[in-house]
Design a protein around this ligand. Structure first.
Ligand SMILES: Cc1cc2nc3c(=O)[nH]c(=O)nc-3n(C[C@H](O)[C@H](O)[C@H](O)COP(=O)(O)OP(=O)(O)OC[C@H]3O[C@@H](n4cnc5c(N)ncnc54)[C@H](O)[C@@H]3O)c2cc1C
Length: 423
């Protein structure tokens, strides 16, 4: 096995190849994907259903087939319906799904973030009620954290939950809630004690998205699709049995979700390496036909994109090596999303530059492969915001990796209602 040891003591050595066990596992995953190919949705041209409801059902079926083949919840414990495998095996499944052009699992937020939060903080009854159905996409989940006035500063959220007998009564608004328009359940962070400092007065709940008082309004993105939503909560009753963790412990529960979000985003399943291969094929096809002045610019864009994407790929190998050796993602995972998003933007821009007008005209359901570059270009600014904006990630790198002085946070210890914010 080729192993490179880097001199910086914070860096893990990098394995570029699978271990024999990982190679055998990868072969089994490939065989399973080939066996079930006819039952899965693929990203290939022309397969996208025009009707969003049909598309949703097809994606639910795809996840069910994969779950039955043992390819969902790979690193979840068997007692929770998972496969009891390693994070490295989970990353291999992610890579092979990308290679087979199977789209992201419809319940990726449930599997990556909500499920692990229910596992860590839920009761045995909640485990029993939710986890197996979540893995099979019988129930789709969403994450109800961000609000119009609290995204990066999540702990400043204003949605309230007030105890009333055996229930909590919830009022407020969430926004940017991915998948809320198809979700059956969500994890909801709400303020239960405005008299305490902002981080201390929060509680987490499981919300039934079909409950009376829940209104979901899809938001239209610049790429034409509607992936996320506004969610309005008007006197929604949540039984106390649907609380996750103790009252006032919501921030601790939310940190479990956010840690898992970072592992999910940095889990190695992205297809940036495959995009570079596709970019090289596109360049071989298109470059010779471009006028000389555009060729020069396109070559430079290609070079920049390939360098960034390959650097990102090798950093990803370091992360996978750490995971495969039983570690957890370290500081490189914090920087990973920042670098990965920047590299993906360069790759999409280079593809659009090669295609010129064709990139624009090939957009829409059922378009040919050319449309993917433009779709990615329109989608990536959102990725630079979701799960921590570029600026906030740079703050984290500054404070936690480089050890720079923290930002002033003068409202941290004052009661929430005394900060000028009103729940
Ligand atoms: C594609 C997508 C999917 C999403 N899905 C979900 C979801 O499923 N559930 C959910 O709850 N939320 C979701 N979000 C919301 C996301 O978590 C927030 O958009 C994000 O946390 C930023 O919050 P904000 O939009 O309120 O921006 P703000 O926090 O208001 O930030 C505005 C600008 O100020 C900058 N800024 C803020 N604070 C600082 C600081 N301390 N230092 C320097 N700069 C700063 C930011 O970088 C940004 O440029 C999603 C967002 C996107 C784009």
């Amino acid at each position: 096995m080729r192993t490179t040891t880097l001199t910086d003591e914070r860096c893990h050595p990098v394995d570029f190849d699978d271990t024999p066990d990982e190679a055998a596992y990868r072969a089994r995953v490939r065989a399973a994907l080939a066996e079930h190919a006819d039952e899965l949705v693929h990203l290939d041209a022309g397969e996208e259903a025009a009707d969003p409801r049909e598309q949703e059902q097809a994606l639910r079926r795809t996840q069910r087939v994969l779950a039955e083949a043992g390819l969902v919840g790979v690193a979840w414990a068997a007692e929770h319906g998972g496969q009891g495998g390693s994070l490295a095996q989970q990353a291999i499944v992610g890579q092979e799904l990308a290679r087979a052009r199977v789209p992201s699992l419809i319940n990726h937020i449930g599997i990556g973030m909500c499920g692990p939060t229910v596992i860590a903080h839920g009761t045995p009854e909640q485990h029993e009620r939710y986890l197996a159905r979540l893995l099979r996409a019988d129930d789709v989940w969403c994450q109800l954290f961000s609000e119009p006035a609290s995204g990066s500063d999540l702990a400043a959220l204003r949605t309230t939950a007030v105890r009333d007998g055996e229930d909590w009564v919830v009022n407020g608004q969430k926004v940017w809630t991915t998948l809320a328009h198809v979700a059956d359940f969500g994890i909801l962070l709400a303020r239960t004690d405005p008299g305490r400092p902002k981080h201390a007065g929060l509680t987490m709940f499981v919300l039934d998205m079909h409950a009376p008082g829940v209104t979901v309004r899809p938001l239209r993105q610049m790429g034409g699709q509607s992936d996320f939503n506004e969610v309005f909560l008007d006197d929604v009753r949540i039984p106390d049995g649907e609380r996750l963790g103790e009252p006032g412990e919501g921030w601790r529960v939310a940190l479990t979700t956010l840690l898992n979000e970072r592992v999910a985003v940095g889990g190695g399943g992205n297809d940036l390496g495959l995009s570079v291969e596709a970019l090289a094929r596109l360049a071989a096809d298109r470059l010779p036909g471009l006028p000389a002045d555009r060729q020069v610019l396109a070559r430079q864009a290609l070079g920049r994109a390939a360098v960034a994407a390959l650097a990102n790929r090798y950093t990803g190998y370091r992360r996978l090596t750490a995971i495969s050796q039983g570690g957890l993602p370290g500081p490189e995972a914090s920087a990973g999303k920042l670098a990965g998003t920047a590299a993906a933007k360069l790759v999409a821009d280079a593809g659009v530059r090669l295609l010129g007008d064709d990139a624009v005209f090939a957009v829409g359901p059922g378009d040919d492969d050319a449309g993917r570059w433009q779709r990615n270009q329109a989608w990536l600014p959102g990725i630079a915001i979701a799960g921590g904006t570029d600026e906030v990630l740079r703050n984290i790198v500054g404070e936690r990796v480089l050890g720079l002085p923290p930002e002033p946070r003068e409202d941290k210890h004052r009661p929430f209602h005394a900060t000028g914010s009103r729940a």
